[in-house]
Design a protein around this ligand. Structure first.
Ligand code: FPP
Length: 233
């Protein structure tokens, strides 16, 4: 695996389908996002149990600011509640939490909450949970380009892009049936195995994660090279 940070694989998940999950039940979209937050804990625990090193969850893209003001406010409230209510359980579970993305546009007090959550879980080593919030893969690359110099190599540039050396994504999962990257971890997904799942995010569970990991184990990853048998021939 190409992660230079945690020993296990790096998984990225695009948690899509909260709105449709709610609409299908005759509920307002916000109830779908609430159910989406509830779906996170079992998947994180299953990932830690399965030896995943890093899990990056896409919770709010920089383009999500285009959504109606009330939905944006609801998502901000959910992040606040998540940081207030989940961090202690994550710390006890040996899970380190960090946020990737911009912090300067978040509501007042959020950056301090994020810093506290990161500090309180900083020494945990069982799993690194990264929450991508006000995140844009293109902006991450652009920022890294602005901070680097012409002599930079791929590895050093990749560290600038990820911000924390989390390394390449091994498996990218997207729920909700759509098949696109939506500006998520563009540099880090150069050789990611892709898995698109029709299930809406609130219905995605530990079993789905285990099935994805079993599928990953069957993929023949060549990183642009040839299968071992062809090289020997
Ligand atoms: C996509 O559903 C989901 C999001 C906008 C992000 C996922 C958000 C959560 C799981 C809740 C927030 C998480 C934290 C940690 C605070 P959608 O609204 O695009 O669904 P749709 O495609 O069915 O409309």
């Amino acid at each position: 695996m190409q992660s230079n940070h945690s020993p296990g694989p790096h998984l990225g998940i695009i948690m899509d389908g909260n709105g449709r999950w709610a609409t299908a039940r005759g509920l307002p979209r916000g109830r779908g996002h609430e159910a989406g937050v509830r779906a996170i804990r079992p998947v994180v625990e299953a990932a830690a149990d399965a030896g995943v090193g890093t899990l990056t969850l896409y919770a709010f893209s920089s383009d999500n600011w285009k959504r109606p003001r009330a939905e944006v406010a609801l998502l901000m409230g959910l992040l606040r509640r998540y940081l207030d209510e989940e961090i202690e359980a994550l710390r006890r579970s040996g899970i380190r939490v960090t946020l990737v993305g911009r912090r300067d546009r978040l509501p007042r007090g959020m950056a301090a909450r994020i810093a506290r959550a990161e500090a309180e879980t900083a020494s945990a080593t069982r799993l690194h949970l990264r929450i991508a919030f006000d995140y844009s893969g293109r902006d991450a690359i652009l920022d890294a380009a602005r901070r680097s110099d012409p002599a930079v190599d791929r590895q050093a540039f990749g560290r600038l892009v990820s911000g924390d050396g989390s390394g390449d994504v091994d498996l990218l999962i997207r729920t909700g049936g759509e098949k696109r990257l939506s500006d998520f971890l563009l540099w880090e997904c150069a050789y990611a195995e892709l898995r698109f799942v029709d299930r809406m995010w609130p219905d995605f569970g530990a079993g789905d994660l285990m099935a994805a990991l079993a599928d990953l184990a069957t993929r023949h990853r060549r990183f642009g090279g040839l299968p071992a048998a062809s090289v020997a021939a």
